[in-house]
Design a protein around this ligand. Structure first.
Ligand SMILES: NC(=O)c1ccc[n+]([C@@H]2O[C@H](COP(=O)([O-])OP(=O)(O)OC[C@H]3O[C@@H](n4cnc5c(N)ncnc54)[C@H](O)[C@@H]3O)[C@@H](O)[C@H]2O)c1
Length: 344
């Protein structure tokens, strides 16, 4: 295989980035794209010169010459294209969260495991951020002792939930934002989540016509005995100087780690506003996108070309979905809920 032929399914904010990055990658070429909105399909097809254009994933998979697909549809719409792609023999890079429904995640995990030559990577791209990776390596080599507790906050401005995303009411802040931190904490702790108690508040977004949670806090207990609190909110005022306020703490028996991504190591003021422009996850240098997001996509190609296990697997995706499932049950019942263990 010279270049991996890529199909991108869902051409919003993330799908455009996939198309842009893979179209100039030396080991890939985007041969097909799909989106349910014809205008968007034409816009991205023309901008990135992609000939194969399809109105849905099914026809792309049936007709287009692709080895792998990237699924960047909304949170609740990953399952069907991922299943169809696996059944069509393709490698899959799936956006987070893997699925929003645990039964769907279990089914996809089984399907993926039955086809080990086909690679499935979940795009928990924070694992490729150098500061998080440095923290992970420090924990693994014992620098902070045994991880005992964690805290993670990922809060967006209200612009994201009321203007950017047209489907926020079909998701929640913990599915959209907290999923990243849940994956990070499992990775840092090297332990699986077993129990969840969650609290949530509604009102601000519902008053703006978006029926979902404003903020959720979930406390998660892990098999190792460690525990962590995950806060995710969608209602920061738009005056906040960055789109996302992101902070992670890991407290160990002999040290701590703090990751503060809010300031992104750059601050800027203009006559309109003060801001921290986003640079860590993806940024443009000399006309090319770089950063953790690009590295995550590159390693997906490496897994395909070298027939190795992806850095973030279907199992990782399933485990995060299992926590999200327990959060939803805890919010609905007010009870502490067990995280459903994998059956495989
Ligand atoms: N990894 C990250 O850092 C990160 C950041 C933002 C979003 N995301 C995730 O990426 C996914 C996409 O988010 P986004 O912000 O790009 O959303 P978006 O709303 O900007 O784009 C979604 C696109 O999918 C299309 N679409 C919807 N259903 C479809 C279907 N069944 N078949 C084909 N096309 C369909 C829509 O027309 C739209 O163009 C979400 O799961 C989100 O959580 C990840």
């Amino acid at each position: 295989m010279n270049k991996v032929r890529i199909g991108v399914i869902g051409l919003g904010t993330m799908g455009e980035q996939y198309t842009r990055i893979y179209q100039v990658h030396p080991l890939a070429e985007v041969t097909a794209i799909a989106d349910s909105k014809p205008d968007r399909l034409e816009e991205i097809g023309n901008k990135y010169k992609v000939a194969g254009r399809y109105g849905d994933a099914e026809s792309l998979l049936a007709e287009a010459p692709v080895d792998a697909v990237c699924v960047a549809t909304p949170d609740f719409a990953h399952y069907t294209p991922v299943k169809q792609a696996l059944e069509a023999g393709k490698h899959v890079l799936c956006e987070k969260p893997f699925t929003t429904d645990l039964a769907e995640a279990d089914e996809l995990l089984g399907l993926s495991r039955s086809r080990p030559r086909q690679k499935l990577q979940v795009a928990f791209n924070h694992r490729w951020l150098s500061s998080y990776y440095q923290g992970y390596a420090s924990i693994r080599n014992g620098s902070i002792g045994k991880p005992v507790a964690g805290f993670a906050r990922k809060n967006d401005t209200i612009w994201v939930s009321t203007e950017l995303l047209k489907w926020a009411a079909q998701s929640t802040p913990v599915h959209f934002l907290g999923a990243h931190d849940i994956d990070l904490m499992r990775w840092f702790f090297a332990s699986e989540p077993v129990e969840v108690h969650a609290y949530g508040s509604k009102g601000v977004l519902t008053a703006r016509g978006v029926d979902t949670y404003d903020v959720i806090q979930a406390q998660v207990k892990f098999a190792s005995g460690a525990f962590a609190t995950f806060e995710s909110a969608w209602i920061y005022p738009n005056t906040f100087p960055t789109i996302v306020d992101s902070f992670v703490e890991v407290l160990g028996s002999a040290g701590h780690l703090h990751f503060d991504r809010k300031r992104e190591s750059i601050e800027m003021s203009t006559e309109e506003r003060f801001s921290y422009p986003k640079v860590f996850l993806s940024n443009e240098v000399f006309g090319k996108l770089r950063g953790a997001f690009v590295e995550c996509l590159g390693d997906f190609l490496s897994a395909i070309l070298n027939d190795t296990e992806p850095q973030v697997t279907a199992f990782d995706g399933r485990q995060v979905t299992a926590v999200l499932d327990a959060v939803s049950r805890s919010l609905a019942t007010g009870q502490t809920c067990a995280v459903t263990p994998p059956s495989l």
